[in-house]
Ligand binder design. Structure first.
Ligand code: ZN
Length: 293
């Protein structure tokens, strides 16, 4: 696995930072879902964010879900990440094609449209934590910056980028999240803001062969950067027949009974990895028995 995330701090822990290279993850997602270039970029950005936000969670079994719902043609994106760098996701309409934006870039904002970003953290409590903000641009990094400011009151700089090859495979993907702690001093904030305003886009940095370490060094090098951890990350789906069975149960007794009556084997596809699971009539009868217990 060549994808990884680094965790770092700077300015005597007044700043915490994460940076990731996620080319393989974004390419794996593109292959699995056969995404169009704009959908590859949208999903690749959200997967990269999910990977970094996932490892911010402390518990072994903690789960993060990022949901985007918009009125653009892609309609929605869902990403789930655990605290160990494993992520998966899907786009509601992976086939969406749009003309490039005025700057000649893939129009992720246009594909997503106006809507909401929801962050769900399941940390083994009775109720999961749910934060929700409106989308600012649909470009995802800006939407997450706004989410952090409005919902968690953490001033953050978020950059996410996916760059394609001529044949629409993923050439580069990655990003960073840099956050100011509540006790950050005015001087630190000013230095960081000045630096962020002068750096190139994340895709430009990645395309100069810059590693996550180099990117953070570039931004935070003058602020006593300290890299504290390096975590492998990648696309990973943990579906199995038991989990899919639960989805079948949720269809409801009546519909399952109808399928049994029609004597049909049903095929269920995992949304995250497109693996097929077949349920025979006999298996569906068992499911009904279990469901009625
Ligand atoms: Zn799966």
């Amino acid at each position: 696995m060549t994808d990884y995330i680094i965790r770092a701090s700077a300015a005597n822990s007044q700043i915490r930072a994460f940076a990731a290279t996620t080319r393989d993850m974004a390419e794996e997602s593109r292959k699995l879902h056969q995404t169009s270039p704009v959908a590859t970029a949208a999903l690749g950005r959200l997967l990269t964010a999910g990977a970094m936000m996932g490892i911010m969670m402390k518990g072994e079994d903690d789960l993060l879900t990022l949901q985007i719902k918009g009125d653009g043609p892609i309609q929605g994106l869902t990403v789930t990440a655990d605290s160990k760098g494993r992520v998966k996701g899907y786009a509601n309409h992976p086939e969406v094609m749009l003309p490039a934006s005025e700057k000649g870039k893939l129009d992720v904002g246009g594909a997503v449209g106006n809507g909401i970003l929801r962050v769900i953290m399941d940390m083994g409590m009775k109720e999961p934590y749910i934060g929700q903000t409106k989308l600012v641009s649909g470009e995802i990094a800006e939407d997450l910056t706004y989410y952090y400011a409005a919902s968690e009151q953490v001033p953050s700089a978020v950059a996410l980028g996916v760059l394609m090859n001529g044949d629409n495979t993923v050439r580069r993907a990655g990003g960073f999240i840099i956050q100011l702690m509540p006790f950050a001093e005015e001087e630190t904030i000013e230095k960081l803001e000045a630096k962020i305003s002068e750096i190139d886009s994340i895709t430009a940095l990645l395309d100069k062969d810059m590693t996550p370490e180099m990117i953070l060094e570039h931004i935070l090098g003058e602020l006593d950067l300290e890299i504290t951890d390096k975590i492998p990350t990648g696309y990973h789906c943990n579906c199995n027949k038991d989990r899919v069975e639960k989805a079948v149960i949720s269809i409801g007794r009546k519909d399952i009974q109808e399928m049994i009556d029609d004597n049909e084997t049903i095929e269920v596809n995992c949304q995250f990895c497109d693996k097929h699971y077949n349920f025979t009539v006999e298996e569906m009868k068992e499911i009904i028995k279990k469901a009625s217990k």
